[in-house]
Design a protein around this ligand. Structure first.
Ligand code: NDP
Length: 247
């Protein structure tokens, strides 16, 4: 019960990696807020959390809209009393080679992944500053560290999250708020399930541990970053990639 009685807000927590983080945190005693654009699936995940004996709140929230995010945080404060942990997980891809990438696809990815992360941090930091404690965990990607053909928008958004994390860590350290990022590699989700056998084979050749990661692999590192055990760690990016990127 490493997160006993903590309240965690997980954006994009209805499915995929965010859902795994929500379930892992709930098993460790946290009450959970699932904020997602898809309210129906968010409510389904919230009921699964309630069946573990924890409180859960499903919120319809588009992280790109600051007013909606702020209203969502106020609702959480009203219903759950506080926010101890924010996990910025909502993220999208719209891949294309640079020459073919439209303005709209660039903007969409930067808006959800980077501006969405900024919006949530900005809205949550006031109550965290007041309570003199907080944990902010943002899901970046190894693509933000190494770049990838066809993913200029995604790579830039994830590199932006890493730099944003360092700045937030420096600004809020004196208020006992830790901010860290994780950079997953190839994780078994709906997204990677769709890839061809040939691409999967190539990916596996580049991973020293020789296998894809699971959403739980990511959730376990987030749990560590949310728990007391990581209290002396801030401004860092931890890769979860089977050894693909070694600094
Ligand atoms: P999914 O697409 O499975 O889940 C993302 C969730 O975010 C969905 O529920 C989605 O809703 C929601 N979402 C999308 N846009 C918004 C928005 N504007 N506001 C609120 N919620 C939103 O993705 P994954 O679980 O695979 O990825 C989660 C995070 O991990 C992302 O940030 C991704 O970039 C990162 N990541 C994933 C890797 C992988 O291999 N899968 C590797 C490295 C990083 P809806 O279902 O309606 O679209």
């Amino acid at each position: 019960m490493r997160l006993k009685d903590k309240v965690a807000l997980i954006t994009g927590g209805a499915r995929g990696i965010g859902q795994a983080i929500a379930m892992t945190f709930a098993r460790e005693g946290a009450d959970i807020v699932i904020a997602d654009v898809n309210l129906e699936i968010a409510q389904k995940t919230a009921s699964e959390i309630e069946s573990l004996g924890r409180k859960a709140l499903a919120l319809e929230m588009d992280v790109t809209n600051y007013d909606l995010v702020e209203a969502g945080i106020n609702k959480i404060l009203d219903k759950m009393g506080k926010v101890d942990i924010l996990v910025n997980n909502a993220g999208i891809t719209k891949d294309n080679l640079l020459l073919r990438m439209s303005q709209a696809d660039w903007d969409a990815v930067i808006n959800v992944n980077l501006k969405g992360t900024f919006n949530c941090i900005k809205a949550v930091c006031r109550p965290m500053i007041k309570q003199r404690s907080g944990r902010i965990i943002s899901i970046a990607s190894i693509i933000g560290l190494m770049g990838n053909p066809g993913q200029a928008n995604y790579a830039a958004s994830k590199a932006g999250i890493i730099a944003l994390t360092k700045t937030v860590a420096k600004e809020l350290a004196s208020r006992n708020i830790n901010a860290n990022a994780v950079a997953p590699g190839f994780i078994q989700t709906e997204m990677t399930a769709k890839l061809s056998e040939e691409i999967k084979k190539k990916m596996l050749e580049a991973i020293p541990l020789g296998k894809l990661g699971t959403p739980e692999d990511v959730a376990n590192v987030c749990l560590f970053l949310a728990s007391q055990e990581s209290s002396y760690i801030t401004g860092q990016t931890i890769t979860i990639d089977g050894g693909m990127v070694m600094a």
